[in-house]
Design a protein around this ligand. Structure first.
Ligand SMILES: Nc1ncnc2c1ncn2[C@@H]1O[C@H](COP(=O)(O)OP(=O)(O)O)[C@@H](O)[C@H]1O
Ligand SMILES: [Mg+2]
Length: 588
């Protein structure tokens, strides 16, 4: 896991290596400063005890200057280390986000089905931030703290071994105190992060569906859902923070107790029973070292805990980074789609998460280039699944799907998808102008080409009536146009690709019958060589097709023209009759 994460370091490897060295330098300076101090205190002590007549100002100035130099160096190392650590960790976060996003773009529909949108958002935002913080802390502390700890212990041993034993004891006690606190805090934090997930999911779902929420007057329920989710985050962060606030005074308490011990034991050693084995100047230095030893212990303990805390986030990031597309690239990709023939040979298909449910079974189907084919079937009969195999949104479980006589798995994916246009059942437009959105079909389309495509999709007229025409801004997700207008824009966008096969997955459901017929007539006239596959609810939409496929529970129930099916296919006849009774058009 760490290897996967560190792969994203790239240009930030160098600072990541320099930071620990700088931090170790800072720690060493912090060790030297108290040591230099002993010389100044010693000088004064000598005068006070009458060993020396006057204070040697020269000596004091020398050590004072040395101390200032060390302090400045410590400042320099610390500041530079801090700056580089920030650069390295922010850089890691930046690269991680980029890598996750890049990998996300290679995901197939099957890959995408494995993640919820909100979980992907949390992974790219909060989880990366957690890892960034843990990484910054690690490169700053994990070398610095042990250096501080070991060097201080060594210096203490040099001055007075007994004190070193006392410090080690105190360090163990402190380590245990911090460990216990962290042991209690970490689970709270873990739960808190999980609750964040829920919170993100609630907010995301509510915001993307805000119009539905309003039309069903569900605002109050959404507010209380949000309140509950936010309340859970509050509950666990308060619990965690409470323990953390107790921890600091606890650490200070241990430090003061150690100070008292140093002073008691030290003064005994100076004037009491063991007189002469220690001097005041050393006691003063030891107090500083004790603080550094204990800080070192605390930092390591906190650091390890933050790392363990971010492990969950790191796992979730790696999951995205390591996810490989379920659509393997062919060894020798084909870069040209010859024509619009489509063949299904013994095709079976199931969705990866529901392997036991066969969505399509043993489909055999041959569509000639330029044909118009209608697909009729109840919801859930597998219509969308069937057509999604043609532009290879999913791969078959067995059998093969061919376009232009070649298995779709042998095409370069971009080539295939640029020649097989699909107007999805749930289609999306992006913020930006109408022209920008239509150019998704063909970046280099001229204004005339755009208008021509729009005309075929019966969209030109309403576009001309919008303020600004083709420069009209659609707003996020294309909210500024009606459902039927949106569908027509999506059809125009697909037509601009000049595809060999165009698939309409219930794409004219929100368009009135007359416009629907006009679009079909325009396609017949202007795109005679393009294979047109039309999934529809209305018999009227497919009636004049070259052949109509009736799907039922993942299998083909009948294929034929309208007249043939009326005679031979019971399902088709039933649908037709029910729509006739309803006035011929159930959707208008
Ligand atoms: N992304 C998906 N993951 C899992 N199952 C799915 C997915 N999409 C559709 N299904 C299931 O596959 C079956 C066929 O669905 P679909 O092809 O969308 O039918 P239709 O378009 O005819 O309404 C349904 O049972 C549906 O629940
Ligand atoms: Mg469908």
């Amino acid at each position: 896991m760490i290897k996967t994460l560190l792969k994203s370091l790239r240009e930030y490897k160098k600072p990541s290596i320099i930071v620990p060295i700088l931090m170790a330098g800072e720690a060493l300076m912090e060790i030297i400063i108290p040591f230099l101090m002993t010389f100044i205190v010693g000088e004064l002590q000598d005068v006070a005890e009458g060993v020396k007549g006057n204070v040697d100002i020269g000596t004091i100035v020398l050590y004072a200057v040395l101390m200032i130099v060390c302090a400045l160096l410590a400042l320099y190392f610390g500041a530079l280390g801090g700056k580089l650590a920030a650069e390295a960790s922010c850089g890691l976060a930046h690269n991680l986000r980029e890598d996750m996003y890049n990998n996300l773009q290679t995901f197939s529909f099957a890959n995408i089905d494995n993640y919820s949108t909100s979980s992907l958002i949390t992974r790219i935002t909060t989880d990366v931030t957690n890892v960034q913080n843990a990484y910054q802390m690690s490169i700053r502390m994990l070398v610095r703290a042990p250096v501080l700890f070991i060097a201080s212990i060594v210096m203490t041993v040099v001055i007075e071994p007994i004190m070193a034993v006392i410090f080690a004891g105190a360090a163990i006690v402190l380590g245990i105190v911090v460990a216990i606190c962290m042991f209690k805090v970490v689970p709270y934090f873990r739960t808190m992060f999980k609750k964040y997930d829920t919170l993100n999911a609630v907010v995301q779902e509510d915001l993307t569906a805000i119009r539905v929420v309003k039309s069903y007057v569900r605002e109050d329920r959404e507010i209380s859902k949000m309140k509950a989710a936010s309340g859970e985050v509050y509950k666990y962060s308060v619990k965690a923070e409470r323990i953390l606030t107790i921890m600091m005074p606890g650490v200070m308490l241990v430090m003061f107790i150690v100070n008292i011990i140093i002073l008691t034991v030290g003064s005994n050693m100076y004037v009491g029973n063991f007189a002469g084995s220690i001097e005041p100047k050393e006691i003063q230095t030891l107090i500083q070292y004790s603080a550094q030893i204990l800080t070192g212990v605390m930092m390591v303990a906190m650091c390890l805990n933050f790392i363990s805390l971010s492990k969950g986030s790191a796992d979730r990031i790696c999951e995205v980074l390591n996810e490989r597309t379920t659509l393997p690239k062919p060894a020798e990709p084909v870069y040209e789609v010859k024509d619009g023939t489509v063949d299904f040979e013994n095709v079976s298909f199931c969705y990866t998460q529901k392997k036991d449910v066969t969505v399509l079974e043993n489909i055999n189907l041959h569509i000639k280039s330029g044909e118009t084919v209608g697909i009729i079937g109840a919801t859930g009969s597998g219509k969308s699944s069937l057509v999604s195999l043609i532009p290879r949104l999913y791969d078959v479980a067995s059998g093969s799907v061919k376009v232009g006589g070649i298995d779709v798995r042998n095409y370069n994916l971009d080539t295939l998808r640029s020649k097989v246009a699909m107007v999805l059942q749930k289609n999306v437009l992006f913020s930006g102008t109408i022209a920008e959105n239509l150019r998704w079909g063909d970046e280099n389309a001229t204004d005339e080409e755009i208008q021509f495509a729009a005309k075929q999709a019966c969209a030109d007229e309403f576009i001309q009536n919008l303020p600004g025409g083709y420069q009209y801004d659609l707003g996020q997700g294309g909210v500024n146009v009606s459902g039927g207008q949106k569908q027509r824009l999506c059809i125009a966008r697909a037509l601009l690709k000049k595809p060999k096969v165009i698939i309409f997955d219930d794409s004219t459901s929100a368009v009135d019958t007359k416009t629907d017929a006009m679009i079909r007539a325009a396609l017949r006239q202007h795109a005679p060589e393009t294979t047109k596959i039309i999934i529809a609810q209305r018999i009227a939409s497919v009636q004049d097709a070259d052949k109509i496929i009736v799907l039922d529970e993942g299998g083909i129930d009948g294929i034929g023209t309208h007249e043939e099916l009326l005679k031979t296919n019971e399902i088709y006849r039933e649908v037709y009759e029910s729509q006739m009774q309803g006035g011929g058009d159930d959707n208008a």
